[in-house]
Ligand binder design. Structure first.
Ligand code: NAI
Length: 319
């Protein structure tokens, strides 16, 4: 039987992200309590997690040192918020992306939480200064933004409120490392944090290239999946620069002027609607029809690719 000395981690909201976090924390040997406003969702989530862990174990991709039954024994559903948060070391909020709803949940947690628990939000884009404003336990609050699916993509962006205690950031950082995730510190809050700002820069230019008739939607995606993306699974854009010349300064010297010239030609922010949206929609649907069955099958394929990529990243020599 798996045991864990530390107090439990509590997941608030047992949807896609809540389930991913529950599996990750259990993989690190931590007790997990799964809470949701809808009881049936907890039951369904526990069943999903059971099936997912069994399948991962069969594929040899289960994370952590414990078996699937051991990890499952660490996760329990909880129908009462007060009971769920009692003795918790870390609470990970995963309710839908709605500022008022999240503020309501954090106000409830603020009343129930002791002085030693970290209150973390999975929000993709709500700013900590708005999310945690006025909370008595603001020093214990932090955004810990995962990437979907968190079980395969280890990055977690840690974004503090201006009043978050440094010890809250450090504790969350250490906890993420303990469960095999890859935390990064976003030192000051900014809309989109770091990941979505990079992602939207790429999407924005992809859209403009299609809109201006430079490249078809299908070929645009190939530029990433058969080009830049292969490299970016292992190296960031800055290290790529460093390696593509005789070091960073040599790269800036050789290519800086060209980069600046090309960046100046980038157009205005697209509206993501109208004729280009229709063109991209049709191209995407020709490849993957947008009904639930085809989308689910393609997501399964995506997850399988990510699972194998993660395995490869573990096999190659450490960085
Ligand atoms: P989801 O809709 O799959 O799950 C939300 C869950 O919260 C549902 O089970 C719902 O019943 C529950 N819930 C609603 N109100 C509640 C309350 N007051 N107390 C407790 N539970 C409540 O949502 P998903 O996709 O899991 O997203 C959760 C958070 O994670 C959002 O903030 C989202 O922006 C963020 N996120 C989502 C990613 C994604 O790709 N799905 C990626 C990274 C972050």
């Amino acid at each position: 039987m798996a045991t864990s000395a530390a107090g439990p981690v509590v997941i608030i909201g047992s949807g896609i992200i809540g389930q991913g976090w529950a599996m990750l924390f259990a993989s690190g040997g931590l007790k997990v309590k799964l809470y949701d406003i809808e009881q049936q969702k907890i039951t369904n989530s526990l069943e999903n997690i059971r099936k997912e862990m069994k399948s991962l174990e069969q594929l040899g991709s289960l994370k952590g040192a414990l078996s699937a039954p051991q990890q499952l024994s660490l996760i329990s559903g909880c129908w009462d918020l007060r009971e769920a948060v009692e003795g918790a070391i870390h609470i990970q909020e995963c309710v839908p992306e709605d500022l008022e709803l999240k503020r309501k949940v954090f106000a409830q947690l603020d009343l129930l939480a002791g002085d030693d628990v970290v209150l973390a939000s999975s929000t993709s884009c709500l700013l900590p200064s708005r999310l945690f404003a006025g909370l008595a336990h603001v020093r214990q609050c932090i955004v810990a933004h995962p990437v979907n699916p968190p079980y395969y993509i280890p990055l977690v962006e840690l974004v503090p409120h201006p009043q978050t205690a440094p010890s809250t950031v450090d504790r969350t950082y250490a906890l993420m490392q303990k469960i095999g995730q890859s935390p990064v510190r976003v030192l000051k809050e900014i809309d989109g944090f770091a990941l979505n700002r990079l992602q939207y820069a790429v999407i924005g230019e992809a859209w403009r290239l299609v809109q201006e008739g430079i490249v078809s939607p299908g070929d645009l995606d190939l530029v990433m999946s058969n080009g830049l993306g292969l490299r970016y699974a292992f190296l960031g854009p800055l290290e790529t620069m460093h390696l593509n010349a005789e070091g960073m300064l040599s790269y800036c010297d050789r290519y800086g002027e060209g980069m600046t010239r090309i960046l100046r030609t980038f157009g205005p922010v697209p509206a993501f609607s109208g004729a280009t949206a229709e063109q991209v929609h049709q191209a995407m649907c020709a490849k993957v029809p947008d009904d639930p069955k085809h989308l689910a099958a393609r997501r399964q394929w995506r997850d399988e690719c990510l699972r194998r990529l993660v395995q490869l990243k573990h096999e190659v020599p450490p960085e």
